[in-house]
Design a protein around this ligand. Structure first.
Ligand code: PEP
Ligand code: MN
Length: 347
């Protein structure tokens, strides 16, 4: 339930609403807003409890009470009508400028990561991605360099100024990863690892939350709610393809999810065309479709020697292909009233 206060409603009215919310056994969450306060009522508002909406509506200073049909509140646009802009160092996600996150699937070595970091920076990427803890289908596949990988990422950040995005798979990896990285990625396989979400929710760090390939948009927004309910509002959502009957690509890009998420949520949404396609040949075109559909950014895998990559070699763009893509991306962004700055303009 969302309680929208009248413009300029006095603090006394707001406090009265808060007291009644607490007396009814719910938890209030006040969004200061620019023009008016909006108060989310946290807790299960089940059919029996719906009647309290009328009690709130009768209080002085309350403009209206909206029953949220969505099971999430903090992630919903009804609770926070304006789009959220997440700021990571000097980079914004959710603003006019699109945010392009690029880099290798895995951090494999210092040389590899630094070379790719410099190349994607030169092409205009805004952030560097790279996995140090890798969720692999087989326990015999490369599992990532762990802490050494984090150290390499931090060095690449130092060298290029690009903020770093890296995946965490386990509760216990979060604090360590946050010492080196700017954004913690929760991968598709861990989108419903609720303890991991709560842990990140208790930290002051941005999170890139990827949609699980077998989950609905609503489940993704509920996962975001887990993070936000603990107090962390720096959530960036990511569509990365879902499982369908189609086998011509590794997953199927749910392009619908981008405008649908924009409609239901205020959180920024980025598209990962690399994991969606699983084939470098399709990555650029799918990414352009994502920009046209309203994505706030992209996450793209780039490798300096794709055929030698230790993970996801088939889907990595070479630095040259990535630079070509960025030129096309600038033009599509412009067509939908967004921007991707040219490299010289990116600080
Ligand atoms: C990744 O980003 O490297 C990754 C494993 O992605 P996903 O969780 O979307 O499969
Ligand atoms: Mn990958």
């Amino acid at each position: 339930m969302i309680i929208i206060m009248e413009e300029g409603a006095p603090d006394q009215a707001v406090n009265e609403v808060i007291s009644m919310i607490e007396a009814e056994g719910f938890k209030p969450f006040v969004n200061p807003g620019v023009e008016r306060k909006v108060i989310a009522v946290l807790g299960v508002v089940n059919v029996e409890k719906m009647a309290v909406a009328d009690k709130f509506a009768a209080l002085p200073g309350v403009e209206r009470v909206t029953l949220v049909s969505e099971p999430y509140k903090l992630a919903s646009r009804a609770h926070h009508p304006a789009g959220t802009v997440v700021t990571v160092r000097d980079v914004t996600i959710g603003s006019q400028e699109l945010c392009v996150i690029a880099g290798p699937c895995s951090v494999e070595s210092r040389e590899q990561t630094l070379e790719i970091a410099h190349a994607v920076k030169a092409a205009g990427a805004h952030m560097l991605r790279g996995g140090a803890f890798k969720p692999r289908s087989s326990p015999y596949s490369f599992q990532g360099l762990g802490r050494e990988g984090l150290e390499i990422l931090a060095e690449a950040r130092e060298a290029t100024g690009l903020p770093v995005v890296t995946e965490v798979m386990d509760y216990h990896e979060c604090e360590q990863a946050a010492e080196y990285a700017d954004v913690l990625q929760v991968g598709a396989r861990n989108m419903q690892n609720f303890r991991l979400l709560q842990k990140i929710g208790s930290m002051d760090v941005a999170v890139l939350l990827k949609r699980a390939f077998g989950c609905k948009v609503e489940d993704l927004l509920l996962a975001a709610e887990y993070v936000m309910a603990e107090g962390n509002a720096k959530v960036i959502l990511c569509e990365r393809g879902i499982i369908t009957f189609e086998t011509s690509t590794r997953f199927t890009t749910d392009i619908n999810a981008i405008p649908v998420i924009k409609h239901h949520s205020h959180l920024p949404i980025v598209l990962d065309p690399s994991h969606a396609a699983g084939d470098w040949r399709y990555v650029a075109d799918i990414a352009l479709a994502g920009i046209a559909a309203g994505a706030d950014g992209l996450e793209i895998e780039v490798h300096n020697n794709p055929t030698k990559a230790k993970s996801d070699s088939a889907q990595a763009l070479t630095p040259e292909k990535f630079a070509e893509f960025m030129e096309r991306a600038r033009r599509v962004a412009q067509a939908v009233d967004r921007t991707i700055s040219t490299p010289s303009m990116v600080m």
